[in-house]
Design a protein around this ligand. Structure first.
Ligand SMILES: Nc1nc2c(ncn2[C@@H]2O[C@H](COP(=O)(O)OP(=O)(O)OP(=O)(O)O)[C@@H](O)[C@H]2O)c(=O)[nH]1
Ligand SMILES: [Mg+2]
Length: 369
């Protein structure tokens, strides 16, 4: 018993802006004098998100090797660790961006068996406007139907739909997209925010803290379709040492590498879900992201001081065979190595496709219903 922690889960597809939003939420709760712990989650280790959030001074723990639903006991152990040894009041949790059925497999078991120590907040699902338009409103934007199925299911199970990145769209598009969400997913609360600027966060926080019923949207999920959708995604995590005789600018190198990758993926019609590059340098970490082939890569954390070396962490999630992903990434790395005169040392590299989701628990209906 003892301390009761607040569990706030923020889901959504790869690249929707979950980690960026969690960092801002962490700042909000820390500002109120509360202890905050963040739990990241992925199929593999060496996460850009963990490195990024830790670097900003957050208390971060990883659940790796599968999504929260398949690693439920690890999730509980991690929450317990944060609760008892880190004096945390609020836990912000980011499930893997290719994971769905979180309400039936994570939220409900938390409510059912852990309510004495964990108070679960409504389940928020973040939405990138471009991905929303491409996946549900146009032609799936290069994603296969089974991957789009996962996307659709993520939105269906939300308590709160959070249209993110509103700084990138016009007021007219904002009205159109929130109207579309309200019509397509009736009965849900809808927030419109920017993780980058903080716009809309007070309204979203009010929804999180509202005391409204939690986790009521358990949807039918066809696990064959879901597993196939996951298996269509290629995953690659790597840690690579880079050194050069001449100085280079970290931001430019990352953008050049992602641009090269984007060109090659576009040429073979393989849609990017999210490729993150983090370069650890003596002047801090530079981070760049590619979240779709239809947009250019961006620097989300810049290092403008010239450097001669760094450690590159690569997290790539693309709808592609993992072997082809490895080759395509290798090409991009070779290309920047030549361009910048780099010596490359691969410390660790794994590429794979996620296995079939096998949740520890699955609740067919809300607890107490
Ligand atoms: N313009 C803009 N960009 C944003 C915003 N929120 C996030 N981003 C950018 O979107 C990209 C993805 O953000 P992340 O926070 O890493 O997304 P994520 O959902 O955690 O991604 P995964 O962990 O791969 O599932 C990064 O380039 C961010 O800088 C926002 O509100 N506005
Ligand atoms: Mg993330």
């Amino acid at each position: 018993m003892g301390r009761v922690v607040r569990y706030i889960g923020v889901g959504g597809f790869l690249g929707a802006g979950k980690t960026t939003a969690l960092a801002r939420l962490a700042g909000y709760y820390t500002g109120k004098g509360l202890g905050v712990g963040i739990i990241t989650n992925d199929q593999a280790k060496n996460l850009v998100d963990t490195e990024n959030l830790q670097n900003e001074g957050n208390v971060v723990k990883e659940v790796a090797g599968g999504c929260f639903c398949c690693k439920f006991h690890d999730l509980i152990e991690t929450i317990e660790g944060l609760r008892s040894t880190e004096a945390v009041d609020v836990i912000l949790a980011e499930p893997v961006g290719s994971c769905t059925d979180v309400v039936a497999t994570v939220i409900q078991p938390l409510i059912d068996a852990h309510s004495e120590t964990i108070r679960v907040a409504p389940h928020s699902v973040l939405i990138d406007p471009v991905r929303l338009v491409n996946t549900l409103m146009v032609d799936r934007g290069g994603l296969s139907s089974n991957v789009a199925y996962i996307y659709q299911k993520q939105l269906e199970e939300a308590d709160i739909l959070v249209l993110n990145k509103t700084d990138t769209i016009s007021q007219l598009d904002l009205v159109t997209l929130t109207g579309y969400l309200q019509k397509t997913f009736p009965g849900k609360k809808t927030a419109a925010v920017s993780g980058l600027t903080g716009a809309g966060f007070p309204e979203w926080l009010a929804m999180i803290e509202s005391g409204d019923p939690v986790g009521g949207n358990i949807t039918d999920v066809d696990y064959d379709v879901y597993a196939n959708g996951e298996a269509l995604l290629g995953w690659l995590n790597a840690v690579v040492g880079l050194s050069a005789d001449n100085v280079f600018v970290a931001d430019s190198l990352l953008i050049d590498m992602l641009s090269h990758l984007k060109t090659n993926l576009t040429a073979i019609s393989r849609e990017t879900a999210h490729v993150k590059l983090l370069l650890k340098t003596g002047f801090g970490n530079a981070v760049a992201n590619l979240i779709t082939n239809s947009h250019d890569p961006v620097v989300s954390k810049g290092v403008s001081m010239p450097v001669t070396s760094g450690v590159l962490v690569i997290n790539a999630r693309v709808e592609i065979d993992p072997i082809l992903l490895k080759e395509t990434l290798r090409e991009a790395l070779d290309s920047v190595s030549k361009q910048y005169g780099l010596t490359v040392r691969i410390f660790n590299l794994e590429s794979f496709k996620p296995g079939r989701p096998q949740p520890t628990y699955r609740y067919a209906g809300p607890v107490g219903a």
